[in-house]
Design a binder for this molecule. Structure first.
Ligand code: ATP
Ligand code: MG
Length: 279
């Protein structure tokens, strides 16, 4: 699963680590690949990622086997992490001149022999070669959308990239899941955004949305997911429920998400429409 959205701070990392922990707590063997030079997913999972630690950079650029960099996550049985270090910031440029630059992560994953039920890839907030590597390696795209006014702006570009990768490099890729994050049920704006997203994407949108929760935002500072930091909190329960919904769908999302220009025209009559950005 590729967790992607080029908009920053929408909850990609939070979603990656908490869905991964939820799936592992239910007995799955789960690998989180941190593909963001910020290394936030590594931090949130309590994995050391200072510059000398073997990391996903070595896999992508130096062709090191993935098994040499994967580390077990201390608090959660069955959860593993391939960390990102700051080196990865240069990879975007270094990859350009390498052979098979778009498919280096895919090859590394294919050669990884440990049994796994799920791999979740946390993408950086951009659509560069790192995100392209994730899209080529993945089977499905999970898009977290923050329930704020600009939430849908730029999404069209991400969907276009998914289409391009599907057409040229990875025919099985599809957008399987849209997850509404930082939902604040007290504001009308949040429910308006949620309605817009549901109108546009239909059944890919999980019924479960993730509430804005202090516990969720505190957990990374303890190197933990919210599932171990405060298992009874609303944030933990909502991620568990989202993971359950995804697991129960089996192989989801065979229907492709398509941009419908007619619907867009329709929306032009509504000056407050938040879906104007999907183009
Ligand atoms: P980036 O684009 O920088 O990688 P991101 O999309 O990975 O960001 P996160 O780092 O997951 O986003 O979240 C951004 C910030 O919002 C973080 O400080 C995180 O703790 C906080 N946050 C995420 N989800 C929630 C939530 N449901 N409730 C409260 N805070 C949240
Ligand atoms: Mg992130």
């Amino acid at each position: 699963m590729v967790v992607a959205n080029q908009k920053g701070g929408v909850g990609k990392t939070t979603t990656t680590v908490n869905l991964a922990a939820s799936l592992a707590l239910h007995g799955g063997r789960v690998l989180v690949i941190d593909l963001d030079p910020q290394g936030n997913a590594s931090t949130a999972l309590g994995i050391d990622h200072h510059a000398e630690v073997p990391s996903i950079y070595d896999v992508l650029v130096e062709s090191k086997p993935l098994s040499d960099v994967v580390q077990p996550v201390a608090d959660v049985e069955g959860l593993f992490c391939a960390p990102a270090t700051i080196d990865l910031a240069g990879a975007e440029i270094e990859l350009v001149s390498l052979v098979a630059r778009e498919s280096r992560l895919q090859r590394a994953i294919e050669s990884y022999e440990q049994p796994l039920d799920y791999i979740l890839i946390d993408c950086p907030p951009s659509l560069g070669l790192l995100t392209v590597n994730a899209l080529v390696a993945g089977a499905e795209v999970v898009i977290p959308i923050q329930c704020e006014y600009y939430a849908l702006e730029g999404l069209g570009q991400l969907l276009k990239n998914v289409d391009l990768v599907r057409a040229h490099l990875n025919p099985k890729l599809h957008v399987s899941t849209i997850l509404l994050t930082m939902y604040d049920g007290r504001t009308r704006l949040a429910s308006q955004v949620a309605d817009e997203v549901r109108t546009h994407f239909g059944k890919e949108v999980l019924r479960t949305s993730i509430p804005r929760s202090v516990r969720i935002s505190e957990a990374p500072s303890y190197g933990q997911t919210v599932l171990t930091y405060d298992p009874g909190s609303s944030g933990a329960l909502s991620y568990l429920e989202a993971a359950r919904e995804m697991a129960l769908r089996g192989l989801p999302g065979q229907v492709e998400v398509e941009y419908d220009p007619q619907e867009e025209q329709h929306n032009e009559h509504n000056p407050h429409s938040m879906s104007e950005g999907i183009q």
